[in-house]
Design a protein around this ligand. Sequence first.
Ligand SMILES: [Zn+2]
Length: 727
Amino acid sequence: MIRFFVAVLGCALCCSPLVLSQQKSQAEPFTPPTKIFGFRDPGPELKAEKTFLSVPDPQLAKEHLQFLTSAPHVAGSPEDLKTAQYVLDKYKAAGLDAYIQQYKVWMNLPLDIKVEVVAPEGVTMIGPSPERVSGDPYQDDPRILPAFNEFSPSGDVTADVVYANYGRLEDFKKLQEMGVDVKDKIVIVRYGENFRGVKAYVAQQFGAAGVIIYSDPWDDGYFKGDKYPKGPWRPDTAVQRGSIQYLFRYPGDPTTPGIASVPDLPDSKRIAPESATDMPKIPTTPLSYADATPIMANLGGPETPREWQGALPFTYHVGPGPVKVHMALKQNYQFVTIFDVIGMVRGSRLPDEWVITGNHRDAWVYGAVDPNSGTAAQLEAVHGVGQLLKTGWRPKRTIVFASWDAEEEGLIGSTEFAEQHAKELSRAVAYFNMDVAVAGPDFGASSVPSLKQYLRDVAKSVPSPKGGSVYDQWKAAAEKEEQERAKPPEPESSGAPAAEPAAPVQHDVHVGNLGSGSDYTAFLQHLGVPSADIGSRGPYGVYHSAFDNFAWFTKFADPTFVYEQEMARVYGLEAMRMASADVLPFNYQDYGKEIGEYLKAAEPKAKKAFGEQTPSFGEASKAAARLEKAGAGVLQLQNATLGDPGGLNLILRNTERAFLIDGLPDRPWFKHAIYAPGEYTGYAAVVIPGVNEAIDKKDLTTMQQQLQLLTDAINRAAELLERAKKD
Ligand SMILES: [Zn+2]
């Protein structure tokens, strides 16, 4: 579901450079670091990492991907079970203690989906049209699901149409200003800028009768470049499927918020689907731009604001009408059995402390990029760990590999697992996610601030197919992007994407913040497990369509599978290094700094909203400064070379959990005081969400309460770190 949106090799004594395959012989040399933060004697770790890094194999990654994407495999289907069995076999072959965990969850498949233009006279469109291009070898499989949105209700609506740009809150407000009422209308919006569930959520709040979400060629079609099969961009008939669950309320099985949908869960423990608060109430369905064109072209009313214009070849109008659409959606809702695959490598010294590393396996159709580029890379990481196990190596802590199911529907497999194992996970060290591993060559990462430097360090220890390390290439690309950004903006941009809060504390390559849209959500935002997400991006216009398949992947994403190899190495190293560290390599100085910046950004916003009534941010800022200072003090202890690190590690492990509160206003499942998916952004993180969202709503009482809860949480974390003593 994710929107595409992150040492010391060679023996420390002999300093022999690591020889690992790199694509170009002329490439910059790769010289890995020889010290690792968290390891007092890096020698054995360096040796293990060297062995590990030599294993992931492009050819085997290709074989995994080919098998995994040989048929459409939506969650709970027989084909999905086949992929689970394949992953289970590979886990077992590597020596992991592996099993399939089933859950019984509430979800829908499309029975009959129809969208047709019924007025004005002479205009016809009966959709959704099948996805077709010339020469794609995968497009005719009868198991391909028609385009639909997961968790849309069934419904039959005929109404005039209104265009609402990206379906953001500000877009609907703009329509109001223009005097265009969306009540009882069918709203058509384009994909992009926010999570599709947010589009349905806002449309529902404004009284719309139905929603059509289409892919405008501006955002990932011909306006970006050649379309598939000539280029990587979205062809006319390709549709973006996807969930519109209100996952910013809670993800997972709608009928079991907070508890696990194990197969024998009594019905009395479930809530009725009708009373679930994370399912939209108005029928919503996606369209291709081929099908959307006759609708968009026949809208009357005023011209849209200029920045609402997409790339279809006519001037956009907002309506309402005269174009009228009939939507008839029949969804098949039922309890479905889904299949997570779990593989454990038991830790030699601290087996109760888990390092969890996950990727989802289910796909809307074939899912070559999303998610099976991640599954193939994960299986090669498992392969590497398996080779290490054969040499007698064991991690100090337990590594848990997870192949999640039903991520696409609403992060379901990972959420149910996290809810089931909340007790064990209270001792977990970290969760490492990878969803879209390879859509192209550009590495990127997001994480909690305490892990940002760790991710950069891991990237320094892995060679890039372009030469140098993954870190070198990542940094070079970031610097280039920075220069591009410094240029004056081009006129008529599609509206800047919701800017991430500035983090000027970074003087190094940018690591993003975790919002939602993939499987780290339950670990971080429900349970407080420090989390990270990595991926590698590129031009990718076939997201959630039938064309995200093996043919597209081998032509555009990674023809030689060297980026698959790279991601297998980064992903595996991330987990094994954390699992064997003497001292946990978290940086809480960075965390304190970042929170300080979030507060600095929020205060002027609050003053604008509340004027003289604005409560003081002084105590909160003091708490952030205290955390930064305590974090700096602990970093010195982490770098000390002597003493038993047990007490220190316990503190480091628990600090993230100090940020947990009873729940955010109106969404008690989300318990993290620093990060949550935005109610109105969905994918993008809202930082210090309790405070920022209360400011946005101009709710002074809630804002005061949330600022106090936040201050207490930061102080709890600081106090914990202050207890760390030199042993
Ligand atoms: Zn995905």
